[in-house]
Ligand binder design. Structure first.
Ligand SMILES: [Zn+2]
Length: 825
């Protein structure tokens, strides 16, 4: 094999003689691996190279929540860069993503390398600089056939969180003892972004700013190959493709084979150096929101490469086997797989282009050709926004009858479509992604997977849906309705419906403007119009002291596109009048959430993000380490994210919190936090009776050793969708129908509350999609999913399933909002 490079050889040669651009070492003043580089220094280096090299273009594609630049470099031969736009357009035409004929004489391999999506897996950004420099110096021959795109840091906020911390605490010289402080990153760690979201779980849902901006550039380029560089535990040497089962069924034989081809090339270099690695284990290709699966479902060879290291390794650490793992080693390995991947790509341009074309043109044989969605217009709008982010096409059904699989009844039925029914067809270039995101149930060839096994969009967004085996004809007439309300000062007030997150944002905006709002606990009729439970009533009599009351309400309603219905009188035709005790004032709640050690940073981040970026309502964040000194009476609502509360909630704190609830406080406990109250005095929640398997100590454990992993999955639920019954007369469920599809993330199960309200619950478990082990499924029988228990004049709200999970389960969010504003008023 041609030996293409040696990190150590090229680092020691001074290329300044030949090129104006400096090596990372010359520019930064230290050899790569001697220090961690700050994001700003990385950007400066890339800018320097782009200014001095005719082989590099460098662009900013956005910024993070903390205002760090998101960037990418395009590296190719001078000739290719001169024809870059035509190369790009021809590539998109090849896939049918752009109209017109492609000029097949000018095909290239497009390779996109993404570094450091997990901020504390910090060797990869260093490797990005080394890779850039190598490509424009000793590996220019690889650029004749390839366009290489490098995103040096997908998650700069997380990376700088890690790097700045490490630089503050590291010993000089660095200390390799695992016990040393520099190997123990503090909560929440540098892995996630600003809002503590895992960006490697966000590609498909695009809830984060970084993802949304990246997708725009990704869609412009649609690479043949995408590599996501990661790090794993310090004792696992290196992982590269081919990936592990399960593979999603849309993945083509070519994609599998090509992963193996790259893996074998990597392996040859690793063998030559005597570096250990593993393949085909642990990292599967199913959940669509990763940096390997998402590109794979868009035709790329999507791969995860994992180096030993992670937030523990620092500049050097002793592994359990007694080896010293250094940052220099980690950079060398990531550099090697990056260049090896480009090498394979540049040797196979014809095959890559032919197969890429096939991937996008070959979407006619799926079981379902079209997905038709109907329901609340805000929810439809939210789906459209998501499709726009992925540049997936859709249309509207005309009035017609559609036959197909109904997502609610699980039967083939006929459905009357209207011109407001959204239709997404899998018979389009991105049809495979459509199938992955919309199909009712993902086919699992293996239930041992790294992540959730169900995510179907109609369930996540709470829409009625039909999967049709036929292609449904569509029209493009957009049905956007822009509401224009006008003030009605002579009336008694305004009424607005309550069904969606957009209604919730409207309420939050009114409360922030100190406008008093009521909601009805029972249905009513006003001037011939029917209103459901939860409808908002904004009366003049409640807001006599508000200046320009009518104008303000109308302006906010117009901003949020809410239709206000005016009422001449507070007198209801049937049901309660506006002054009735059943029409309650919404309290402008003062809300706090716990964060810090022992709290799930992911769930805390979801809550924080929800308040700031979704609902737009203030929340006070309190650290667990000073929580005991806080006077809770200044808050109406306290949220306990998932977490391990045994240390956080001492007996004294529990006593204070319980008293605060009795005095009128509302405590919202999510997932594991709900579990903390299970079996405690004063609280009703109890673990569901577990049918213990036969006591294995008596009969002997007869599960063979090599089946131990398989056996244990009987008790697992790995993110599956379960149908729940809903008591929609309870304020927590206003805006919902009588059933709800919940995303169950684990097998935790609690009995129905004896003396509380079971708002969403499971009687006979029906798993709609995803994997649930046989024992775990049985154990869901008669369990509570969302419940309220009254305690004195306050409440504890149990959200056993996390409705804010990764911010993508759109239809769960209103349960959370209802819990904040509609209880105990
Ligand atoms: Zn990672």
């Amino acid at each position: 094999m041609k030996y293409l490079f040696s990190l150590f050889v090229f680092l020691s040669i001074n290329f300044q003689v030949l090129n104006a651009q400096q090596s990372p070492e010359d520019f930064l003043g230290y050899e790569p691996g001697e220090q961690f580089s700050r994001h700003a220094d990385v950007i400066n280096y890339f800018e320097h190279v782009a200014e001095n090299s005719s082989l590099v273009q460098y662009h900013t594609y956005g910024e993070t929540y903390e205002r760090r630049a998101l960037t990418y470099a395009i590296i190719s031969s001078e000739e290719n860069l001169n024809n870059l736009e035509s190369i790009r357009k021809n590539h998109l035409k090849n896939a049918g993503l752009l109209n017109g004929q492609n000029n097949t004489n000018n095909q290239k391999a497009i390779v996109w390398l993404s570094y450091n999506v997990h901020g504390n897996e910090a060797s990869s950004t260093e490797a990005a600089m080394v890779t850039l420099y190598s490509l424009i110096t000793e590996n220019t021959d690889l650029l004749e056939n390839s366009v290489v795109i490098i995103d040096p840091s997908v998650n700069p906020d997380g990376r700088d969180r890690y790097v700045n911390w490490y630089n503050q605490v590291k010993a000089t010289p660095f200390n390799t003892a695992q016990a040393a402080t520099e190997h123990h990153e503090p909560w929440p760690g540098g892995r996630p972004n600003h809002y503590l979201f895992d960006l490697n779980r966000d590609w498909a849902w695009a809830t984060q700013k970084e993802t949304r901006q990246r997708l725009k550039i990704y869609n412009q380029w649609m690479p043949h190959i995408h590599v996501d560089f990661h790090e794993q535990g310090i004792n696992d040497p290196y992982y590269f493709a081919p990936a592990a089962e399960p593979f999603h069924e849309v993945i083509t034989p070519f994609q599998r084979e090509f992963q193996t081809k790259i893996g074998k090339n990597n392996a040859a270099y690793f063998d030559e150096e005597g570096w250990l690695f593993f393949t085909k284990e642990r990292f599967d290709l199913l959940y669509p929101s990763y940096g390997d699966t998402y590109p794979t479902y868009l035709g790329a060879i999507g791969m995860t490469f994992e180096q030993a290291g992670h937030g523990r390794a620092g500049l050097g650490i002793e592994t359990d086997e007694g080896e010293i793992l250094t940052l220099k080693d980690r950079i060398a390995h990531h550099f090697t797989t990056g260049i090896s991947t480009i090498e394979v790509a540049s040797q196979n341009i014809q095959e890559l282009n032919n197969e890429f074309k096939k991937f996008f043109s070959n979407n006619k044989d799926f079981e379902y050709q079209s997905y038709a969605l109907s329901g609340n217009t805000d929810k439809i709008a939210a789906v459209k926004q998501l499709l726009d982010r992925h540049e997936i096409k859709y249309g509207y059904a005309e009035n017609q009858r559609i036959k197909g699989y109904n997502y609610s009844s699980w039967q083939n039925e006929t459905f009357n479509a209207t011109e407001e029914t959204l239709v997404v067809s899998s018979n389009q270039p991105k049809g495979k992604m459509v199938k992955v995101l919309f199909e009712p149930d993902t086919k699992l060839v293996d239930s041992l997977t790294y992540d959730i096994t169900a995510w179907s969009i109609p369930y996540a967004y709470g829409l009625e849906a039909i999967a049709s085996p036929r292609s449904i004809s569509t029209a493009n007439n957009s049905t956007e309705h822009k509401v224009e309300n006008t003030a009605y000062p002579s009336g008694a007030g305004y009424i607005s419906k309550w069904n969606s997150m957009q209604d919730a944002r409207f309420l939050a905006a009114l409360l922030k403007e100190d406008i008093r709002v009521r909601f009805s606990e029972v249905p009513f009729e006003s001037e011939g119009r029917q209103f459901d439970r939860g409808s908002l009533i904004i009366t003049k009599s409640d807001n006599l002291t508000t200046e320009n009351f009518d104008e303000k309400v109308v302006e906010i309603a117009n901003t949020y596109n809410r239709q206000l219905l005016t009422a001449n009188s507070s007198f209801a035709g049937s049901g309660p009048d506006f002054g009735s005790p059943d029409v309650k004032l919404v309290n402008p709640e003062r809300i706090a959430v716990l964060k810090g050690e022992d709290i799930s940073s992911l769930n805390y981040g979801e809550i924080w993000h929800f308040f700031e970026q979704d609902l737009n309502y203030p929340v006070t964040r309190i650290d667990t380490d000073y929580f005991e000194r806080i006077n809770l009476s200044q808050f109406d609502v306290l949220i306990m994210p998932e977490g391990y509360y045994k240390n956080v909630f001492t007996e004294a704190i529990l006593k204070d919190v319980t008293e605060w609830i009795r005095g009128g406080g509302k405590l919202i406990a999510i997932g594991e936090a709900a579990g903390y109250f299970s079996g405690r005095d004063d609280f009703q929640l109890n673990e569901n009776e577990v049918k213990k398997p036969e006591d294995s100590t008596k009969t002997g454990n007869l599960v063979p050793y090599n089946q131990r992993e398989r056996e244990s999955i009987k008790n697992l639920i790995t993110g599956s969708i379960v149908k729940t019954k809903v008591d929609n007369t309870h304020p927590m469920a206003f805006g919902y129908g009588d059933s709800y599809f919940s995303l169950k993330l684990n097998s935790d199960s609690y009995s129905l509350l004896e003396d509380g309200y079971n708002v969403a619950y499971i009687q006979d478990p029906e798993i709609v999609s995803g994997f649930a082990g046989s024992e775990a499924k049985k154990n869901l029988k008669n369990s509570v999913v969302f419940g309220e228990e009254r305690l004195g004049s306050g409440s504890i709200i149990y959200l056993v399933d996390n409705p804010l999970f990764r911010s993508f389960w759109e239809n769960g969010k209103l349960f959370f909002v209802n819990s904040l504003f509609f209880l105990n008023n």
